[in-house]
Design a protein around this ligand. Structure first.
Ligand code: GLN
Length: 288
């Protein structure tokens, strides 16, 4: 009689082949991450348990997760976790999944502010808190204001601050863009990764992107809706010589650069990400 495949090794192989057939880019890695998630094991520890037989319950769980993944649910939502700037972030379908492209915005901020000691920085539209938490973590003398319009989402950002041990240096503020801190300031830097996908293009994005909250993606008809208001509200809030750093979508760098210039920002420059795409636009507030 033929034995059903049931060891961890066999199930991993079957799952990876199944994922590969469906065109996933990293089939083996995803299979291992799902398996590790079910068994409560780090990937590396799967290898020493290769011959372990899986129980029916575990197999059924694996089948279910594979099904969800193949229906387009992003891996990060299934795992409930995504790494950003080498830090772990809890995520679920209420927040945008932090992206490696956004690390570029944070890296640039670390370059700009690491020599400055006690800086106050703003993460506008904090979502998971990826930007706010990594700024607080890597700039140990900074204070960070994390703003979001949705209280549930702000709780997720707070949870991620706690998880990374920086909750004491982040203030979580509910409200519409920079409105709630209008009377405060001045601050040294304002960073944002606003929604920037043109509404009509939202129909064409991949299932993984489609599964993410529309409010975090939809940038209005030309995708530029938020940049105008952000530039306008950021300028008076910044100290002289302070910086505004914005992530932008494909082909938006020139338009966003002009928006910043029109607002009075100087030294406006575009930064490329690791894949050579123009990804962030930075502007500086003039010294008097
Ligand atoms: N600031 C968060 C991030 O960069 C969320 C951004 C958003 O929801 N548009 O991941």
């Amino acid at each position: 009689m033929l034995a059903e495949p049931h060891t961890l090794k066999e199930i991993l192989e079957l799952s990876a082949n199944h994922f590969a057939k469906h065109g996933l880019i990293s089939p083996r890695l995803e299979a291992e991450l799902l398996m590790g998630h079910i068994l409560g094991l780090e990937r590396i520890h799967l290898y020493v348990q290769f011959d372990r037989p899986l129980e029916e319950k575990e197999l059924e769980e694996m089948r279910q997760l594979i099904r969800r993944r193949l229906q387009g649910e992003p891996l990060a939502y299934i795992l409930g976790e995504k790494e950003f700037m080498s830090l772990p972030f809890y995520v679920d379908s209420r927040v945008l999944i932090p992206r490696p492209e956004t690390e570029h915005l944070v890296e640039k901020a670390l370059d700009l502010f690491s020599g400055d000691g006690e800086v106050t920085l703003v993460d506008l539209g904090a979502g998971s808190g990826a930007i706010a938490v990594s700024l607080a973590y890597y700039l140990p003398r900074s204070s960070v204001l994390a703003l979001d319009i949705n209280p549930e989402i702000l709780e997720i950002a707070r949870k991620n601050a706690l998880r990374n041990g920086v909750e004491g240096r982040i203030r979580f503020i509910l409200g519409d863009l920079l409105e709630p801190i209008r009377e405060e300031g001045p601050v040294d830097g304002i960073l944002s990764n606003p929604p920037y996908i043109p509404t009509a293009q939202l129909e064409e994005v991949s299932p993984e992107v489609k599964a993410q909250p529309r409010g975090a993606l939809d940038g209005g008809s030309d995708g530029l809706r938020y940049y105008h208001r952000i530039a306008r509200e950021a300028y008076p809030l910044l100290r002289q010589g302070g910086y505004l750093g914005l992530e932008v979508g494909a082909g938006q760098d020139e338009a966003v650069g002009s928006i910043l210039q029109d607002q009075g920002f100087i030294d406006v420059n575009v930064e490329k990400d690791y894949s050579g795409h123009k990804r962030c636009v930075w502007g500086k507030k003039k010294k008097a």
